[in-house]
Design a protein around this ligand. Structure first.
Ligand SMILES: [Zn+2]
Length: 197
């Protein structure tokens, strides 16, 4: 039986040297080659950036927005950051991840973000995974998983970033959740059920 995936019939290996599995039919030999998982105990050089992202998320909460933040990094340095601006802009698409990508690219006259990393307070949603795909980011780090967020919001389960981004042909490193319990404590200060969109 031919198990090769015709949608992406080229071989890839993850950073551990293991073959990726195709999301279409489960066959090996296709998919992003660097989908990583990471636990709190493995957190290291990214710690300062994650801590800054938590500060930005808490500032959003103080400003009346949802405690969500995204930080854009190049060569280990923060180049841009954003919070959710859904209420402030009256824009249901103004998630922090999309905002930081759009605003930075517009300000810098860029059409891609190859070589950049995006740190996300919450595991990116369907829309923001689209933004990550089209911006051609190299790496995404997130703190709070969609599953833990659902404990607070009561929302229906949504596809995660590891389900969504392999739809693209480009290799992408995904790291998370990191410091998830800390992120959960911050997120829990917001009433997600009372102010659902
Ligand atoms: Zn989003």
């Amino acid at each position: 039986m031919d198990t090769a995936c015709r949608s992406r019939p080229y071989p890839r290996r993850c950073y551990r040297g293991e073959l990726s599995r195709c999301r279409h039919n489960g066959a090996p030999l296709c998919g992003p080659d660097r989908i990583e998982s990471w636990t709190d105990t493995e957190l290291s050089q990214d710690d300062d950036i994650v801590a800054r992202m938590f500060d930005v998320a808490q500032a959003a909460l103080a400003a009346g927005e949802r405690p969500v933040a995204a930080v854009l990094v190049r060569d280990g340095a923060i180049v841009a950051e954003a919070t959710d601006a859904v209420f402030g802009r009256s824009d249901p698409t103004a998630h922090a991840e999309r905002v930081v990508v759009s605003d930075y690219c517009t300000a810098q006259s860029l059409l891609h973000l190859r070589g950049y990393e995006l740190y996300c307070f919450i595991e990116p949603c369907v829309m923001c995974c689209g933004a990550i795909h089209w911006a051609k980011l190299d790496r995404v780090v997130y703190a709070l998983s969609q599953a833990r967020l659902n404990e607070l919001s009561g929302g229906r389960p949504k596809p995660g970033i590891r389900e969504l981004l392999p739809l693209g042909a480009r290799a992408l490193s995904v790291v998370g959740p990191v410091r998830e319990n800390d992120a959960f404590q911050i997120a829990a200060r917001y009433d997600w059920r009372a102010r659902a969109l």
